[in-house]
Design a protein around this ligand. Sequence first.
Ligand code: EPZ
Length: 425
Amino acid sequence: MDRFKIEGGRPLQGAVQISGAKNAALPALAATLLTSEPVHLQNIPRVRDIITMAKLLAHMRCNVTSPDIPPSEFTIQAETISHAEAPYELVKTMRASVLVLGPLVARTGYARVSLPGGCAIGARPIDIHIQALEKLGAKISVEHGYVEARAKRLRGAEFRFPKITVTGTENVLTAAVLAEGETLLENCALEPEVTDLAELLIKMGARIEGLGTSTLRVRGVQRLHGATHEIIPDRIETGTFLIAGAITGGDLHLQNCAPEHLRAVIEKLKSCGVEIRCEANSLRVKAAKKLVAADVDTEEYPGFATDMQAQFMALATQAQGVSRIRETIFENRFLHAVEMLRMGANIAIDGNLAVVTGPSKLSGAPVTASDLRASAGLVLAGLVADNTTWIDRVYHIDRGYERIEEKLRSLGARITRVGTGDRDE
Ligand code: EPZ
């Protein structure tokens, strides 16, 4: 298992390229199951979750090809699907595997997908995905840890999501596009990744109205065809680098990003005193003259993303005053706080509220990453801590950040990856 060794205290300077969005690429890859023709996807981030999804598609006998290794482009052709199944071995390593449920049942009339268990940040059930697919006429049973869905052909229906769910909206949308008749989906997630998926589906021949709104109207078609699509930039990687610039007192130029997808994060950082300049597809971040505390409630898009909460907490430890951070999306997403406490942060947790009093002088310590974004928060804390921070279990960060240590090093950070077999440097 690899670890990161970070020697903090260096302002980051320079330009960094933002990768494609993992959470847009995953549903796009699943959507390739909807057609027998090739779908070409570009700007795919080179991260572990993408490899897992590619393995899952290959398991179903899809033809997965890529011109480069590791791949940043994929052509996928699901000419025939002989195993309409997502096995436990793959789903347990990545719960987004559940995104194949909708496309599989819509295209083949059958899907067998392992039920994802809980994960470090919460229980994360998929009951709403199931309810919506049942509304579209799928017969669903849950047995032996697997969801089995059957339908000769799905039928259009009206469904109001009782709670906003990102992958739920994506799963149901990718089912409805091949259903017979019209589907009206209300209270849909507004995340840019949902809109990016809808844009790919439209290129494949789907008829969807209401993109970017909470009501999606889908007129089902008999079949979809191949398409070429470029995945949007990763807004969470962008936000993480914004905070890396701000927290280290640096000056960074983030290229190939989509500032319009980060309005809430940018506004919040500005309210902390961080200087940010937006251009069409780039951002410039400069250190605050004085970093001041701010309160944050995580919310669905366009609110402040839960996937930026751990990184913001790292920043709050360096800000003057009291920041109250309320996590409203997941029930257990403060595991990084306990590790930050070990580095000298002043954080009090009360249920879903973290009260951070700053600034604290962080000191390097061995810490353990519990999930993807928690790892990013710990890396940011390590970049400002004195002495050496060791972060264990960085496989979490490899799931969603492309070569983060190389990108940070190119900006002047002292961060190295140390394998268990390697000698410490
Ligand atoms: C997506 O997860 C993202 N994953 C997550 O990113 C992100 O944190 C989350 O949305 C919220 O923005 C992908 O896009 C692959 P939800 P998802 O369904 O879709 C409850 C990362 O770090 N719920 O929107 O699984 C659920 O428990 C990851 O990249 C139900 O109760 O999240 C949660 O409290 C982590 N029943 C809330 O809804 C359901 O059937 C929102 O979850 C579905 C969800």
